[in-house]
Ligand binder design. Sequence first.
Ligand SMILES: Cc1ncc(COP(=O)(O)O)c(C=O)c1O
Length: 430
Amino acid sequence: MTDLRPFFDGPTAAATTFSEMAQAMVPSRILVIAYEVRDRILAGEPVAPFTVGDFDPRYFQVPSLLKDYIAEAVAADQTNYPPADGLLELRRAIRDHYQAVLGLDYPVEAVTVASGARPVLYGAYQCLVSPGEKVVTPAPSWNNNNFCQLVGAEHVVVPTRPEDAFMPTAEALGPHLRDARLLVLCSPMNPAGTMMTEAQMRAICDRVLEENARRESTGARPLYVVYDQVYRLLTFGDHQHVTPVGVAPAMARYTLFSDAISKCFAATGLRVGWMVGPPAIMARMKALLTHVGAWAPKPEQLATARLLGDAAAMEAFLGPFRAQIRSRLDLLHGAFEAWAAEGLPVQSIAPQGALYLSVRFDLEGRPGLPDEDAVRRFLLREAGCAIVPFSAFGDTHNRGWVRFSVGAVSEDDIRACLPRLRDALVRTCA
Ligand SMILES: Cc1ncc(COP(=O)(O)O)c(C=O)c1O
């Protein structure tokens, strides 16, 4: 046995080994926080992990049909390379599903499959944005800072307000669209758990269409919209999912939908996602994904095609799944509303969609809590309440707001955490 460890010290570990892009990569703050939380849980501390946007399979399992279909596909030796843009069965199933659920009739060439939403999001950035070009996103938003860094884009961050459910307004976006290459929107939204209204969407689409009409007359390259709808089936009450193309069909020329089974079917580890958009862009995406090899596994693709083709099976899963997520979010929101009525420094926005709740703790600046990270650590240490501040989603504007994610907690975890949290808040007001 040759010990190879000595070869890995020294120059190969130095930062200068890396490309400029790799040197500039920053670790995900969400994961850094999540690791700190995991260490506390391993040390036996009572902690409710409201941190990661993932599901704990003890509480949330994928549809059992999906498991069966994957097992059947493996047993049938469906284990070789899938086509680079996805199996035709799955692309057709996605097309049919979008027709049935979104009322949008795309050709099958508009659909590209990959191993989750991340590769297609990254692919959209790579295929559309050259270094130095502008990408406009609202803040808070998920992961766009990292995608911008990876492709060398100039990231223009547009602040949002709680009274707009942290969605960007057309007025706020307007001045930035003139020389932008890409606008990235998401609804239901990570981290806020809120949704874009039809009026908000329509106003934004009007601006995009206006800008593209201007560019068409000058021959300039269009402004595209990436619409991330990975949470689109997780909506609560009267909140309706709206899309750019649904409110303005002409947006089909400029819209790329990113989507996946990850969140809506608790299937984050199965890795099936897709993008739907103009076929010419999808052909380029296929070429990129071929080189990267970011295919979804073939058995998972076959299984997803069968599931998407069965509306009744999907709804049989989604009904109870939504209800379980909603009841966790309602437990939290109900408690926070009651505490706010008592005068405690907390505020939250009623859940609309996804698996998140937006909460504000007005604690920064109180004795011993000089900054946001001190507040986060205080809540973790004193209440075993692990949350992620909006600043981890690029939002430096909405101070005190944090994300509660409920995919990795049980209702009992929440019930155990709430009295600890209340005590901690009461102490800060003493
Ligand atoms: C808004 C949003 N889009 C995409 C993703 C990534 O999805 P996937 O796991 O399919 O890559 C996430 C994951 O947290 C997300 O929150």
